[in-house]
Write a protein that binds this ligand. Structure first.
Ligand code: RET
Length: 260
């Protein structure tokens, strides 16, 4: 399979932008941790975990992209000579999906038995969603994986993963609704309310990227990497920054001095 040099480089650059955003945000989450009262800080700690894991795995992902292609004899073209897959991303999600789901519980103020139940359900459903998708991506159509491919299996595992995803959406909707109740008197409510639409849009970009191989090779593979990167910045960085800002506003309202 061949790709123009421009498309190859576009993806290389987008992947670099992706992990650079994680590196910059890592600093943000470390430097702002003291702006929130101690009870909100685990949210920042989890953002730090998410950033480090994404930074390392997305660097690997970029390496595997570059290693999979060689300059063609045709000028201006690159040939897929190795195997390229999104495997590193799935490993990243395996860590990040439970962390992202759990971190909001600290801002919403879910505690006790309800906290434990959400942690178990979020971690269970989130990891099963990622693992079943991981199995499915091995069956991506031939041109993509360079190693076989089985459309029926690819779609089947995608559907299984979607069932777990639906459960995650039900749970997060419940948590955010609860949060809106708890924040009813806070100035942070409008900002907090951005989280539900942000969550639905940014998380749904992942299954959209999964299905991109239905499109012609060059367009599909570029679109897939661009969509994954946008989704990563929205679901990890923008989401984490909003949680930090909401935590800071609520800390200030509660009289926590460093939040002013
Ligand atoms: C897969 C497989 C196809 C079906 C569905 C999927 C959902 C993936 C999601 C991933 C979210 C990842 C996040 C990572 C942040 O670090 C696995 C692509 C529904 C929702 C938020």
């Amino acid at each position: 399979m061949e790709l123009s040099v421009q498309s190859f480089q576009l993806v290389e650059h987008v992947l670099t932008l992706g992990y650079a955003a994680m590196a910059a945000s890592l600093l943000y989450f470390i430097l702002t941790i003291r702006t929130t009262a101690p009870k909100y800080r685990p949210s920042s700690v989890l953002s730090v975990v998410v950033m480090v894991s994404a930074l390392l795995l997305l660097m690997e992902q970029q390496d595997s992209w570059v290693a999979a292609f060689t300059a063609s004899e045709t000028e201006g073209m690159m040939t897929l000579t190795g195997n390229f897959s999104n495997g590193f991303r799935y490993l990243n999600w395996l860590i990040d999906v439970p962390m992202l789901l759990i971190q909001i519980l600290f801002i919403v103020g879910v505690t006790g038995a309800a906290f434990k139940k959400y942690v178990a359900q979020f971690a269970g459903a989130g990891m099963l969603m990622v693992l079943t998708g991981y199995i499915g991506q091995f069956s991506e159509p031939l041109e993509y994986s360079g190693q076989g491919g089985n459309v029926a299996m690819w779609l089947l595992w995608g559907v299984v993963s979607t069932v777990f995803y639906a459960f995650v959406l039900i749970l997060i909707t419940r948590v955010i609704k609860e949060g809106k109740k708890n924040l009813a008197k806070s100035k942070a409510l409008p900002l907090f309310s951005v989280l539900l639409p942000l969550f639905y849009v940014s998380w749904t970009l992942y299954p959209l990227a999964y299905i991109m191989p239905v499109l012609p090779f060059e367009f599909g593979i570029v679109a897939q990497q661009v969509i994954y990167t946008i989704a990563d910045v929205a679901s990890k960085v923008i989401y984490g920054v909003i949680l930090t800002l909401v935590g800071t506003m609520m800390s200030a309202e509660a009289g926590f001095e460093e939040a002013a």
